[in-house]
Ligand binder design. Structure first.
Ligand code: H2B
Length: 98
């Protein structure tokens, strides 16, 4: 079971994530980022790669896709907030998009 990210560890993680465009969601302990790709094929290809990573982690994004844009929200439902799993998945998403 994941542990809820709190205190200094949470603040530090949010600072680092903020540098790559992740922001806290209003009214919910979750993070959000908008990924914009060159075209639909790139966006969907990235989603496919992320889906495999997410399934291996047993940690799944909330996301939607319109053409070349993917809106992503990450949270850990089991703890009703953020955990290290969200930080790890966010970093993997960034790396696969770069
Ligand atoms: C039973 C299963 O391991 C859990 O429901 C997993 C699946 N994927 C998950 N994904 C996310 N984002 N949060 C969770 O708490 C979560 N829990």
């Amino acid at each position: 079971m994941a542990e809820k990210l709190e205190g200094a560890a949470r603040a530090e993680a949010l600072t680092t994530l903020g540098e790559s465009g992740w922001a806290e969601v209003d009214g919910r302990d979750a993070i959000h980022k908008t990924f914009v790709f060159k075209n639909f094929t790139r966006a969907f290809g990235w989603m496919t790669q992320v889906a495999i990573v997410a399934e291996k982690m047993d940690h799944h994004p909330e996301w939607s896709n319109v053409y070349k844009t993917v809106e992503v929200t990450l949270a850990t439902h089991d703890v009703d907030g953020l955990s290290a799993l969200d930080v790890t998945l966010a970093a993997k998403m960034d790396r696969l998009a770069s």
